[in-house]
Ligand binder design. Structure first.
Ligand SMILES: CCCC(=O)SCCNC(=O)CCNC(=O)[C@H](O)C(C)(C)COP(=O)(O)OP(=O)(O)OC[C@H]1O[C@@H](n2cnc3c(N)ncnc32)[C@H](O)[C@@H]1OP(=O)(O)O
Length: 313
């Protein structure tokens, strides 16, 4: 009886593990959206609506190093997200999903500030609950897929990350804060809660006690507090303190290198097993780990390392 139940559980988890693996596979196909018509959502229709609020851009630079740089670019509005930038973001995430050579990603804002969230002009114009929900589903999908990319990602926070900008930082694996920078979930001050998945992710990053404090108090998180609560993973050198450290972007790329150094399939596999461990129940995570393990066991990087008899002193 117990064995039958276990078998059923294994079968169930094996099929959902296959689904998860399929989602993890990089391919040129457009990904299935988090939401569908059963949720009253039509991605193409929402895309058209969002395009009616133009301004700024989201720019992607894929580098030979395997590390890409995604720049939120709307400096006249402190890099607030216009509707067309939301569409841009989703398209750039699609491009990264099919980047087979990628290992890492830096997400940053133009002109030394991160992002001031949703463009308040667009927010005012689409203030009906139905349209707000559509925008919310669109951004949840884009940011969930950003976090699920098989790349190790870091948000480089200079200046301010406010509202949706703070939510965007949580869609990266790591956050690096420049001196003087602030991450603030200001939603409460404008009568909102996060809607781009930022609350769910924040709880997983800092725990529910800290998340409640940061959201409930709309707390300004500076680098010191960021390190203390576990929202920040590192603080950059101040300009001039260590000129050899380079620009904030160079510092972020240097910081990321320890996690992106190595063969592409191995780095992507690391990200996949950690993601499975984070998102799936234990049995399914173990199944996924087995599948991913099968892709690196006996593969060229593994054989090369075995042949070189490397020691780990
Ligand atoms: C689910 C998503 C929820 C959300 O993201 S809602 C949006 C949350 N964000 C906010 O409320 C940010 C509001 N803005 C601010 O607090 C301040 O502008 C900010 C970012 C601290 C910068 O302050 P200052 O350095 O004094 O600069 P400033 O206020 O003069 O801003 C420069 C120009 O940028 C504009 N701006 C900044 N944030 C914006 C936004 N989110 N949407 C639309 N426009 C925005 C601001 O209006 C100003 O434009 P202008 O020069 O007056 O034409």
């Amino acid at each position: 009886m117990v064995l039958c139940a276990l078998n059923r559980q294994l079968l169930r988890s094996s099929s959902s593990c296959c689904v998860f693996m399929a989602r993890l596979q990089t391919s040129s196909r457009r990904r299935r959206c988090l939401y569908s018509s059963t949720h009253g959502f039509n991605q193409e229709e929402t895309r058209q609506k969002l395009r009616a609020f133009p301004g700024g851009s989201v720019d992607l630079l894929k580098q030979d190093s395997g590390v890409a740089v995604l720049t939120i670019n709307n400096p006249a509005r402190m890099n607030a997200f216009s509707g067309s930038m939301m569409v841009d973001l989703e398209e750039k995430v699609s491009q990264l999903e099919s980047w087979t050579e990628g290992k890492g990603l830096v997400v940053r804002g133009a002109a030394e500030t991160f992002c001031s969230g949703s463009d308040l002009n667009a927010v005012r114009a689409i203030s009906s609950p139905q349209d707000g929900m559509k925008m919310c589903m669109f951004m949840q999908d884009a940011l969930t897929r950003l976090l699920r990319l098989p790349l190790v990602s870091v948000a480089l926070v200079e200046g301010r990350a406010l509202g949706g900008g703070a939510e965007l930082t949580t869609a990266c694996n790591f956050r690096l804060m420049a001196p003087g920078s602030v991450i603030q979930f200001v939603h409460k001050h404008i009568g909102l809660v996060p809607g781009w998945g930022g609350a769910a992710r924040l709880v997983r990053i800092v725990g529910s006690q800290n998340a409640l404090k940061l959201l409930g108090g709309a707390v300004k998180v500076d680098p010191e507090r960021g390190l203390y609560v576990g929202l920040a993973d590192g603080v950059l050198e101040a300009d001039g303190d260590a000129p050899s450290a380079g620009t904030p972007l160079q510092q972020a790329e240097d910081w990321l290198r320890r996690y992106t150094e190595g063969p592409v399939p191995v780095i992507q596999a690391v990200k996949k097993v950690v993601l499975a461990g984070r998102e799936l129940p234990l049995l399914e995570a173990l199944q996924t780990e087995k599948e991913v393990f099968g892709t690196v066991w006996g593969a060229p990087a593994n054989l090369r390392a075995l042949a070189s008899k490397s020691k780990h002193k």
